[in-house]
Structures are given as C-alpha cells and as structure tokens.
Design a protein around this ligand. Sequence first.
Ligand code: ADP
Ligand code: MG
Length: 323
Amino acid sequence: MPLSEFELIERYFRRCGAARADVRLGVGDDAALLETGAGMTLVAAVDTLVEGVHFPPGCSAESIGHRALAVNLSDLAAMGARPAWALLALTLPSAAASWLEGFTHGFAALAEAHQVALVGGDTTHGPLAVTVTLLGQVPAGTALRRGGAAQGDVLFVSGTPGDAAAGLALEQGRLAAGEHSEYLRRRFLFPTPRVAFGERLRGYASACIDVSDGLLADAVKLARASGCGVELDAERLPLSAALGALGTRQARELALAGGDDYELCFAVTPGALGRLEAELPAAQWGYARIGALCAAPTVRVRDATGELSVAATGYDHFSAPQP
Ligand code: ADP
Ligand code: MG
C-alpha cells in the first residue's frame, strides 16, 4: 500500500532531527513558530538538489538526505552562524518506504549532530528534487561575509579540497577505481560542513565563503566582493593522500576547479595572523594558507615552475551543457 501524503509526513517528518526548546510549534500546523534569541540576527539560506544535476541518478537516499542539509549547513558556517531550524520541500516520484527511510536516516543523523530541528516543509509528487531552507542565528553585528577583506589579507582553506570532485568522477565512471576510491566517493556522498569552525572564525576572518563551485572560483567571488584580486600558490594546496595518489597535476586541478567540497575559504588580515595561529591552531582545526588578496582585478595561480593558466569560472548552471 503506498503511503498517503499525510501518513508520509507523520511517519517520516513529524519527528526528524533534534528536539529544540525554542520550537514553539513545528511540523503539523500551517507554519512553524520559533523563538529567536535577544541580540541575535536571524540567518537564512536555501539550496535545492535536483537529481541528474546535483547528484547522479540512483545516488543513495541516505547520501541525498545528508547532502541536502550539509550544503545549507555549509552556507551558515560561511556566515559564522549557528544553525537551528530547517524546512524541507521534497518532490518525490513515489512514496517508497525504503527510500524515505534511507533519506530521513541521512538527514536526521546530520541534523541531530548540529542540533537542527526539522520544523516544516512541503511534500509533492514529481521528478526527484530536494529543497532545504535552513535558519540559524549569529550575535548581531558579528556575521562573516564575502566582502570585508582587503589587499594583503592572507587566504586560507579548510580541509582537503578536490576529494569530492574526484569522488563524483568515480561515481560517474569518469575516473578509474583505485585503492582510495571508497574514501573519495564518501567525500562526495557525505561531505562534512565546517559549522563549528565557521562559528570560531568570527573575530578572526575578515571575509569567508564556502567552497561549493570550486576553490578558485569561490576564492575569486570572495576577492571580488572585497574589491580585490587573488593570488594562489598551488604548492600550498592541502591535498589528501588519496587525491595526491592521482598525481600532482590532476590533484591540483581537482582541488582548484572541482567543487562540492563544502569547505571554508577565508581571509585574515596580517595583524590577526598571530592570534589565529595561537588560538585556532591549524593542526587542530585543519586549514592551510593558500595565498593572498592583491590589487583588483587580477587572478593568479602559481606553482614552482611559474604561473598556471586555470579556468576560474567554476560551475554555472546555465553555461553547463544542458541534459
Ligand atoms: P499546508 O497544506 O497547510 O501547507 P501540508 O499538508 O502541506 O500543510 O503540511 C502539513 C504540515 O506538515 C505542515 O506543518 C508542513 O510544514 C509539514 N510538512 C509537509 N511536508 C513536510 C516535509 N517534507 N518535511 C517536514 N515537514 C513537512
Ligand atoms: Mg503544504
């Protein structure tokens, strides 16, 4: 027996994610009622994942549930915000219990880990697409932004960019499987949004962006928003051992232009570098210095041999080949 829309919501979404005391009214009424903290700014982000565009057809339901929330958590992390409440708009080709169980398992595990409550949404029939709206809070006046950095600020990235792009290439059969395939595939299917690190970067970073379209493309967005250009040193890119095993050239290309990393790229003024290194040690938080902001509007990537020419465009939905 297929589930009705009402049964589906009751069974899978009435209790999903963390229980929070500030949720006055969650799933079940016409809208949710949420208590916001005094002196706080509400932070809102929404992202859609469409089958065949953001994940390959046949991708596991657990991964889709995880990624739908992870991409939004990463946006809030980039603002230095603490996530709290999510709304989920789900368009499903069928109400298959096994798919819904996998999806809610992936979504709820990440939601609980970050104390996010699912407080509402919408459920419709159609081609598979998932939209999550995520709300969170930041102390008024302290949010990180893309703009705000200046020429001379040092640029950093968290984690090991490029892994997810290699994982997607493996999923799509564009890259031959090897001994690190499982690690790389998981980095695409289950990315780790840097929520705690984003919050800690308030007061240290002069600007911040999350890396979704590719490190170089997103670093350029941060630079442009700050009225600067950018210089990256390819020798400094923090490559995982698994990515490095593909060879330095391909590894660096994936790290610079890949995408789907959900890491943080941030700038720090020279005067704040000592505090950053003392209070948020790189060895503990997992980030690396990759370059600097320079006078607008140049974009330069160098390695030991000189200047590289790298396309800085990143992923664009309307210039990508249409399916
Ligand atoms: P309405 O028609 O008033 O929008 P719905 O019947 O669509 O109400 O939804 C009933 C309740 O279930 C609402 O509180 C809505 O926010 C919630 N809801 C519907 N779909 C989902 C979903 N996929 N995830 C979480 N909550 C949902
Ligand atoms: Mg509705």
